[in-house]
Design a protein around this ligand. Structure first.
Ligand code: CUA
Length: 312
């Protein structure tokens, strides 16, 4: 029914319907009370206007019943809005464990996207129906915002940190992709399309090209930047082994822990001395300016793929 209303863009993700319903609820409540209040203003203004018979109201000193009513009613309504909105937000914030990872780098003025199977694209995002997709978003320069109206999703893409969003597309088709944060002269041209495909079609689309996967590219970089020298076991080991660490808490030199996640890996590459793993010296050089955001994402994909036995 909602999709028939031209007010709403097409709905193509599992969360879209829920967002529309909440939006419709908020709008309806607002419209109802606005109408009620304005109707009361007009009716009372006419009905109680000053006349020879009516010389102004009597003063009213408190009305407990009325006060309880106008406190309780908005309280319940706003609590419904809060609970509804929060549960929707939480379902959107919790990434399902089987989601596949797609990396997005925003820069002036394009979106660069890399699939786990290796395929890369610019200003286009191909996804299959029925598969949860997790996007990890990084910016190479200024703040952008990744916006897919048909999925009812928008996420800021901020330089210096990672943001994530996830969705499950449920309707094949082509949809708009926008940058929704003013990011310079060509901001309005930072647009693209999202193509939602049947899983079979998506497989074909992926299979068409044989490019390095992020893990393979990351492995190369790991050797190229000589990371392997210090992070491999042996006499020359000077940094922690990275295999099997992803997602775990790591003890830090000087106390405290940090979660070994995308952000920590990124920080350790750009600013290695910020948080040193317990038992190691701050000897790692910074790679600031030497690696691009995409390369860091590839290194992360590689480190994530390492099992504890691989001893790197
Ligand atoms: Cu990127 Cu606006």
């Amino acid at each position: 029914m909602l999709s028939q209303l031209p007010l709403f863009p097409e709905a193509a993700s599992t969360i879209a319907r829920g967002v529309d319903l909440l939006y419709l609820f908020l709008t309806s409540v607002t419209a109802f009370f606005s109408t009620l209040i304005f109707a009361c203003i007009f009716i009372f203004a006419v009905k109680y206007r000053r006349s020879p018979k009516n010389q102004g109201p009597e003063a009213v000193h408190g009305n407990l019943g009325l006060e309880l009513l106008w406190t309780a009613v908005p309280f319940v309504i706003t609590l419904i809005m809060f609970t509804w909105g929060a549960s929707l937000y939480m379902s959107d914030a919790r990434v399902p464990p089987n989601a596949s990872d797609i990396y997005v780098v925003g820069r002036q003025w394009m979106w660069k996207i890399q699939h786990p199977e290796g395929r890369r694209e610019i200003n286009e995002l191909h996804v299959p129906i029925g598969q949860p997709i997790k996007l990890t978003l990084a910016s190479q320069d200024v703040i952008h915002s990744f916006y897919i109206p048909a999925f009812r999703l928008k996420q800021d893409v901020v330089p210096g940190r990672y943001t994530t969003m996830w969705f499950e597309a449920n309707k094949a088709g082509e949809y708009h992709l926008f940058c929704a944060e003013y990011c310079g002269t060509q901001h309005s041209g930072m647009i693209g399309r999202v193509v939602v495909m049947e899983p079979k079609e998506y497989e074909n689309w992926l299979g068409g090209v044989t490019e390095e996967t992020p893990v393979e590219a990351g492995e190369k970089l790991f050797t190229q930047f000589n990371c392997v020298n210090c992070h491999a076991t042996g006499a020359r080991q000077r940094g922690p082994q990275l295999g099997g660490l992803f997602g775990k808490d790591v003890q830090l030199e000087g106390g405290g822990t940090v979660k070994f996640d995308e952000s920590y890996i990124r920080e350790s590459i750009i600013n290695p001395n910020a948080k040193i793993v317990a038992g190691y010296q701050p000897v790692m050089p910074t790679f600031r300016g030497q690696v691009s955001e995409e390369q860091i994402l590839e290194l992360i994909a590689y480190i994530k793929s390492l099992s504890p036995q691989e001893g790197k």
